[in-house]
Structure formats: structure tokens, C-alpha cells
Design a protein around this ligand. Structure first.
Ligand code: C2E
Ligand code: MG
Ligand code: MG
Ligand code: MG
Length: 280
């Protein structure tokens, strides 16, 4: 009887696995077409200076409208990484975002650009040259570009990754650690990379004012960042109470639905010409 149940459980598990594999293969096949058909878009989420409420930068976030249906990045970034399509996709995002932010800066909107990197993108040949070329073509100054990395990127071939990111740092590009505090080696990571910014993961920010430990941890990360001379960005701000506490802690910058949702380029344009309501 128990054996029977156990067997059935394995079967259910296998069927589920199968469906997942099929879904990933379908997505992988569609990605190639989507890239050719321009089905991707870049949205921009404001990052504000918490002391002044001024938008200092935007984070570029990729969007896929697959036959009119929105597919979240977590669903397709894995398959894109597996198939290598992340490389041409990332290159497109890089050029698109640099061009758009450079255009805003040309119309006197003084903002920076934050961009998420993928491991395969960094490993690809000519990664450093590709970034340098995007800056040159768009006219975006290197100091206006921040590249966001997560510590999983230092798992394999760490020396090559550190070397390439350091080359970009030497060009004036800034580096940020994304999802800070969630990895096993966040502190070691700080020693290995010439980092400018840490982005506190929403799993800490979500507990602000509600959970004593998370509030204390957030305060400690903010202080750590400041002691190391880094810019500290809090991610995932959704409630006014979180904003208040982060300001009181002296956190430099903030990002989240309360401060501004990811939006199309046109939205950023009008946002920059009207003051923010939520953060005043
Ligand atoms: P991330 O870099 O940590 O980006 C922040 C994510 O949190 C975004 O999700 C954003 O929409 C979401 N977010 C922002 N504010 C709030 C908030 O107040 N509450 C909640 N619940 N969520 C908030 P998104 O756009 O779905 O992206 C998910 C992840 O996918 C990103 O996490 C990043 O790791 C990756 N990603 C997104 N765009 C790109 C890209 O162009 N290239 C690469 N390589 N990865 C990307
Ligand atoms: Mg990010
Ligand atoms: Mg993050
Ligand atoms: Mg993340």
C-alpha cells in the first residue's frame, strides 16, 4: 500500500517535471523569434534620493510581451541563459537603455542608468568592449552607468569576472551588488569587487517596522554601507512607514512601488517633469 502511494507520488513528480521541461523548451524556441520580432521592451524604475526625493537614476528592467501576454523575467531569463540567447538580448537592452538615458540627459534630465548583468553576458567574449562601445555610441558618460551584479556571478570563473568588472570600473563605470544580504558571501563579495553601491534586498525592507530582527538587520546594513563609503539603495519600498524608517536610518536611496513603478520610457519623461507625490 505504502509502496503504491510512493510510486504514484514519483509519477506525479515526474509529470510535473516533464511539463516544466516542455515549458522551458517552448520558451527557448520562442525567445529566438521574439528577438527577431522586437517583442522585447525596456521599462525603467525610478531610484530616488531619500533626502531630497529627487530621481537620481532609473533601473532598466526587460519586458517580454509574448503574443500580447506579459511573461515575467523570472520565467524567461533562465531559458535565455541556458540557450545563450541572453547574450544578444542583453546587448540589445544595453544599447537601448544607454540610448534612452543619454537622450534624457541631453534634454537636461540629470539621471543615471542602472543595468542588471547576467553571468553568461559577462563570460561572453568582448563583454568589456561591448559596454564601452554602447557608451561611446550613445554618448552616455561611463560615470552615469551602474552595473548590477549578484554574488552567484562569482561562483565559477570568479577571477575572469572580477577582472572584467574591474576593467569597466577603471573606465569609470560604477558597480552595484544587487539583492545584498541574501547570498552566503555578501561580505566576502565586497572585498573582491571594487563596488560603489549595495542594494538591500526587499526581503529585509519588507519587514521594516513590522519585524524587529529585519528592522535591525536593515539598520546594520545601512550603517555597514556607510562605513565602507558606499551608496546604499533600499529596494522594494511599498509602505510609507518603510520610507520613514529608511530616511531616519540615513539610507541614501530608495526604490519600490511606493516611490515609482517600472514604466515605459514615455512615463519617465513625464515623471521627470512633475514632482513625485508619494515621497514629498
Ligand atoms: P532585480 O534586479 O532585483 O529587480 C527588482 C525587481 O523588483 C523588478 O522585478 C521590479 O519590478 C520589482 N520591484 C520593484 N519595486 C518593487 C516593490 O515595491 N515590490 C515588489 N514586490 N517588487 C518590486 P522584475 O522586473 O520582475 O525583475 C526581476 C528580476 O529579473 C530582476 O531583479 C533582475 O534580477 C532580473 N532582470 C530584470 N531585467 C533584467 C535585464 O534586463 N537583464 C538581466 N540580466 N536581468 C534582469
Ligand atoms: Mg537589479
Ligand atoms: Mg534586487
Ligand atoms: Mg532580484
Amino acid at each position: 500500500r505504502a509502496k503504491e502511494l510512493g510510486g504514484r507520488r514519483v509519477e506525479v513528480f515526474a509529470a510535473h517535471m516533464h511539463a516544466d521541461v516542455v515549458r522551458r523548451l517552448e520558451i527557448a524556441a520562442d525567445l529566438q523569434r521574439a528577438l527577431l520580432d522586437n517583442q522585447f521592451a525596456v521599462e525603467y524604475q525610478p531610484i530616488v534620493d531619500l533626502a531630497t526625493s529627487r530621481v537620481t537614476a532609473v533601473e532598466a528592467l526587460v519586458r517580454w510581451w509574448r503574443g500580447g501576454t506579459f511573461v515575467p523575467p523570472e520565467k524567461f531569463l533562465g531559458p535565455a541563459e541556458d540557450t545563450g540567447l541572453i547574450v544578444p538580448l542583453s546587448e540589445w537592452i544595453l544599447h537601448e537603455a544607454c540610448r534612452e538615458v543619454a537622450a534624457w540627459r541631453a534634454s537636461s534630465i540629470d539621471i543615471g542608468l542602472s543595468l542588471n548583468l547576467s553571468l553568461r553576458q559577462i563570460t561572453a567574449p568582448r563583454f568589456v568592449e561591448t559596454v564601452a562601445q554602447a557608451l561611446e555610441e550613445s554618448g552616455l558618460p561611463a560615470s552615469a552607468l551602474t552595473l548590477e551584479v549578484i554574488e552567484e556571478m562569482l561562483v565559477e570563473d570568479a577571477d575572469d569576472t572580477i577582472n572584467k568588472l574591474s576593467q569597466l570600473r577603471a573606465l569609470g563605470v560604477r558597480l552595484a551588488i544587487d539583492d545584498f544580504g541574501t547570498g552566503y558571501a555578501s561580505l566576502a563579495f565586497l572585498r573582491q569587487l571594487p563596488v560603489d553601491t549595495i542594494k538591500i534586498d526587499p526581503s529585509f525592507v519588507s519587514g521594516l517596522g513590522r519585524d524587529e530582527t529585519l528592522t535591525l538587520l536593515t539598520r546594520t546594513i545601512v550603517r555597514l554601507g556607510h562605513d565602507l563609503g558606499l551608496v546604499v539603495v533600499a529596494e522594494g519600498i511599498e509602505r510609507p512607514e518603510q520610507l520613514e524608517l529608511l530616511r531616519e536610518m540615513g539610507c541614501t536611496r530608495g526604490q519600490g512601488y511606493l516611490v515609482g513603478r517600472p514604466m515605459a520610457a514615455r512615463g519617465v519623461d513625464s515623471l521627470m517633469r512633475t514632482p513625485l507625490q508619494n515621497t514629498a
